[in-house]
Design a binder for this molecule. Structure first.
Ligand code: NAP
Length: 257
């Protein structure tokens, strides 16, 4: 790895802004991937499920978008860094990264195993750290960058049964604000999107009683949909959002107020 080269790249291999989205195979990540591709980005989707990634590739291509997919476990830091480096090197640029891949391993603190704590930290927080560290160099070279990390209302409010998940999501806020301060001078912004209850695979397994109990606490009186989050990601990753950094944008129908 060489030192930081302050001179902007004169020629890009690809004219479109290159956007990596992790956890692109389904749910919120898929919606973000579709939206960024529709907005004219060259979309690089990362996840483990190759069938779902292929379905996404076909859908983006059919809509006239430009994309490529990479199967990678973001919990494997070396593999994730290698995938990001390869993309940035081959395409000569990396403009946007959305660290969205996430898992839950819920349980009350008295019964939570070390493994369930470590897995959630590794996949939700450590992966974002590795991705940001790897993405920073090509973004600095291009003197432009949009880093978006997917937090959660749980990282702001805490949530019983989710000590591991809330710790990881709160950690993402500290990570993001630190990066925002470190990289701001290079034209790179870093922000968190903190969704509330969004209808995806992650929330479909929640007991109906819990879902019903939460609804009255949401001022907008509905659960969110993945496109609610994708719209926020599209804005924060746009050129015109260049004066917003270190921000935690709740997309939660007002739940965390
Ligand atoms: P989801 O439907 O469960 O999808 C999770 C995505 O992450 C999938 O694409 C999955 O792909 C990927 N992923 C998980 N582990 C991975 C790994 N080790 N390596 C690579 N990819 C991995 O979840 P979601 O609801 O869309 O949530 C997306 C993000 O939003 C997460 O960070 C979540 O914490 C956050 N969030 C969601 C909600 C909500 O209400 N849904 C609320 C707050 C925050 P593969 O299985 O193919 O690898």
């Amino acid at each position: 790895m060489g030192g930081y080269d302050p001179s902007p790249k004169k020629e890009y291999v690809i004219e479109k802004r290159v956007a990596i989205v992790t956890g692109a195979s389904r749910g919120i990540g898929r919606a973000i991937a579709m939206r960024l591709a529709a907005d004219g980005r060259h979309l690089v989707g990362i996840a483990r499920n190759t069938d779902q990634l292929e379905a996404l590739r076909v859908e983006i291509a059919a809509a006239g978008g430009s994309c490529e997919m990479h199967s990678c476990d973001v919990g494997d830091g070396l593999a994730l860094a290698a995938a990001i480096e390869e993309v940035a090197e081959r395409l000569g640029r990396l403009d946007i990264i959305v660290n969205n891949a996430g898992i839950t391993r819920d349980g009350l603190i008295l019964r939570m195993s070390d493994e369930d704590f470590d897995d959630v930290i590794r996949v939700n927080l450590r992966s974002a750290f590795v991705a940001c560290r790897t993405a920073a160099r090509p973004m600095m070279r291009g003197r432009f960058g949009r880093i978006i990390n997917l937090g959660s209302v749980a990282g702001i409010m805490g949530n019983p049964g989710q000590a591991n998940y809330a710790a990881a999501k709160a950690g993402l806020i500290g990570l993001t604000k630190s990066i925002a301060k470190e990289l701001g001078g290079k034209g790179i912004t870093a922000n968190v999107i903190a969704p509330g209850f969004i209808d995806t695979d992650m929330t479909s397994s929640l007991p109906a009683a819990l879902r019903e109990a939460v609804l009255p606490a949401i001022p907008l009186k509905r659960f969110g949909v993945a496109n609610d989050v994708a719209a926020a990601a599209a804005y924060l990753s746009s050129d015109e959002a260049g004066y917003i950094t270190g921000h935690v944008l709740s997309v939660d129908g007002g739940l965390a107020m």
